[in-house]
Design a protein around this ligand. Structure first.
Ligand code: ADP
Length: 347
């Protein structure tokens, strides 16, 4: 499909260049042949005058009709050769430019197809297990009311997971739209983090994990408040999800003139060095995370987090020690300083 589109675009480029070149050639031919005709007429006139003034001196040379015709033939041949060269050159150049024009579109299509196939793959597994459980139990003639209730409870769990997956997919798709606009306002970072902590508290409480915040009072950003709450919910959710019971998750900040860095530090399982470069990839889950039953993520959280950070002209830095814990440091520009800060780095 890409090659067909490339050839079509090349043909259009070629047609446009050819039309322009033929028009120019026509104008050039008309102008030059008029000029040659004028010169021929002038030579004849000079010869005639010289003859009238003194018939005994030889007249100046006259451009006769044969020479005129030959010059015009040469002109046509030269213009045809130039046009041929232009066609070959612009064909090659057009093919190259068509490739460059279409490459981002092709890349976007490939990304979209990959996204659809990844999403379908992730959706198929829980849907198949849900369907199998329902079919097996439906065929069971001795199914009691209690069994049915247990089954429904398990199914609701699966449906909740599917719902959270589809919510994450929708969010990711939203952030991938280049046209997505942020609802920017003056935000108090402390209030945003308090909201995120409140959302994660029940989950942290269930694992006896304490969430400790140590932030200065006045940190103002121009940001989309809901997006920033989502960002810190993702980081805190991971910190709690990948920490053993009874640990502490710490939220601190450091500040410079232009930006603020918020650190979310946990005492969890950590991230292996070879997994670190991939944790922001869509659907990526490290082996240690997959091995943990019940942690239940789909590998979409950090992709969404990264998109939120880049939309806010921020950056993220991850520091992790397997078995000891992880720190995610998010740097965001402070009010009136909306410009890129640092690229994402891992250590
Ligand atoms: P998930 O829903 O699987 O948590 P994320 O995109 O949020 O997806 O994270 C991607 C992967 O990064 C996780 O599967 C996990 O391996 C790793 N990860 C993220 N945060 C942490 C953390 N705080 N501690 C350990 N591993 C983490």
């Amino acid at each position: 499909m890409f090659n067909r589109a490339r050839l079509k675009l090349t043909a259009w480029y070629l047609l446009i260049i050819l039309l322009i070149s033929v028009c120019f050639s026509f104008v050039i031919y008309q102008e030059l042949s008029n000029e040659v005709d004028r010169l021929a007429r002038a030579s004849r006139l000079r010869a005639q005058r010289s003859f009238e003034i003194n018939p005994f001196i030889p007249p100046p040379p006259v451009i006769d009709d044969d020479v005129l015709l030959e010059v015009k033939h040469h002109l046509i041949l030269n213009l045809l050769a130039i046009n041929g060269g232009i066609i070959v050159l612009s064909g090659a150049l057009g093919y190259f430019l068509a490739g460059r024009t279409l490459r981002p579109i092709q890349q976007m299509l490939d990304d979209q197809n990959q996204f659809i196939s990844d999403a379908s793959h992730e959706l198929r597994t829980p849907l198949t297990s849900l369907k199998t459980a329902l079919e097996v139990n439906l065929r069971d003639k001795n199914l009691t009311l209690n069994d049915a209730k247990t089954l429904i409870e398990e199914n609701i769990d699966d449906v909740n997971k599917l719902q959270s997956l589809s919510d994450s997919l929708l969010k990711l798709a939203q952030f991938q739209k280049p046209t997505q606009v942020l609802n920017l306002s003056d935000c108090d970072l402390k209030a945003i983090i308090a909201k995120a902590v409140k959302r994660i508290e029940p989950m942290a409480h269930a694992k006896s994990i304490s969430l400790k915040t140590s932030l200065p009072p006045h940190l103002f950003l121009i940001a989309d408040a809901d997006n920033l709450v989502d960002l810190f919910v993702i980081l805190l959710d991971n910190a709690v999800k990948y920490s053993p019971k009874g640990k502490v998750v710490l939220i601190t900040s450091t500040q410079s003139d232009k930006s603020v860095t918020i650190n979310v530090t946990d005492q969890g399982i950590g991230i292996e060095p070879d997994a670190l470069p991939h944790i922001f990839d869509r659907f990526y889950r490290s082996d240690s995370a997959r091995g943990r039953s019940g942690s239940g993520g789909y590998g979409l959280g950090l992709s969404i987090a990264q998109k939120i950070i880049s939309r806010h002209h921020g950056s993220v830095f991850v520091k992790s020690q397997p078995g000891q814990g992880t720190t995610f440091s998010v740097t965001l520009p402070l009010r009136h300083n909306l410009h890129p800060v640092k690229p994402a780095i891992f250590s």
